[in-house]
Design a protein around this ligand. Structure first.
Ligand SMILES: [Mn+2]
Length: 322
């Protein structure tokens, strides 16, 4: 029995989901099964090819549904338009879960009697990282925990089958042992140097005024910086507006500080939608054609001004006598 597991590539939760599915399948379906792994990436208009589903069983975890009849298992927690209730009892979706890893553990336990003993750490960290539920900015930015180091390496992976090759290790070893593997150390050290550099650039460039941190990284040629750096360096920031640029796009990213007690009353998705972007209430973005940094800066400045006004009005309301 060969099981092909397709997973969300370059994502800690995607890799952990594939590892957990493997353990679940071995324990609850077939202990003799052999597994191989194939990473999936979001691409506009991407269609699944049947050539992807070459196993006797084919699973997708932490990624959108495929209507191929070769797909036999599916677990996801992202909204998916393609899923219709099916009768197989092997396709599961719940957008309330912060991570697909925890969702698989939950379904495994409640519907198949699977005990995820020994995998508690994997499940807990996938939920923290995918749900951005860090207890403090230090955990997110200093990356002292093995799970955080692995997440940096997985997101920064540059060779095609790197993450796929890591999944059997995630399925069997404690996170600290996986993080200590020489190829992980090498990759972490390299990415960590870039992380520290990004931190220095952000520290030097942030303009923090009236609770809004604005900064422009468009000359850095990357959008891949840790989104929690501004809150780590500037705890007084309620909102951040970051302008960046990569070969794929110019971008305005807007976020709110989960550790700052000031109430965040502005819906950031609604603001970004006015400029053709979108996202969630607490984190949203606008993508522009590559090279369009002038426009990105202009929009970034406008949004920063709007957020400062909103905070000022909010402060005036709070200060007004009842
Ligand atoms: Mn996920």
């Amino acid at each position: 029995m060969r099981v092909r597991v397709c997973f969300h590539d370059q994502c800690f939760d995607g890799a952990c989901s594939a590892a957990l599915f493997t353990r679940f399948y071995q324990a609850s379906v077939n202990p003799q099964a052999r597994f191989d792994y194939s990473g999936l990436a979001h691409r506009a208009g991407q269609l699944f090819e049947d050539s992807l589903f070459v196993g006797d069983e084919n699973a997708i975890v932490d990624f959108k549904y495929s209507s191929s009849d070769r797909l036999t298992w599916w677990f996801d927690h992202h909204h998916s338009e393609h899923f219709r209730r099916d009768q197989s009892g092997r396709k599961f979706f719940d957008a309330e879960f912060r991570s697909c890893t925890k969702f698989i553990a939950h379904i495994g336990q409640t519907k198949f009697g699977f005990e995820s003993r020994g995998l508690e750490e994997l499940i807990r960290w996938a939920d923290i990282i995918d749900g951005a539920q860090y207890s403090d900015p230090k955990t997110a930015v200093e990356m002292r925990d093995p799970a955080m180091q692995l997440s940096l390496v997985i997101e920064g992976a540059r060779t095609k089958d790197f993450v796929a090759g890591l999944i059997p290790k995630l399925a069997t070893l404690p996170l600290s042992e996986v993080a200590a593997l020489p190829e992980i150390r090498r990759s972490f050290d390299e990415l960590h140097v870039r992380h520290l550099k990004a931190m220095e650039v952000i520290r030097a460039r942030v303009e923090l005024k009236q609770g809004v941190a604005y900064f422009d990284l468009s000359d850095q040629g990357t959008e891949g910086f840790n989104k929690f750096i501004p809150y780590y360096l500037f705890p007084a920031a309620v909102y951040t507006v970051a302008v960046s640029s990569s070969p794929e796009r110019a971008k305005v990213g807007v976020g709110s500080n989960p550790w700052n007690p000031t109430p965040k009353t502005v819906n950031l998705a609604s603001i970004c939608e006015r400029y053709g972007g979108g996202g969630h209430a607490k984190v949203a973005a606008i993508s522009l054609p590559p090279g369009d940094s002038v426009r990105a800066r202009e929009i970034g400045r406008q949004i920063a001004a709007e957020l400062r006004e909103a905070l000022k009005a909010q402060g005036a309301r709070d200060a007004a006598p009842a």
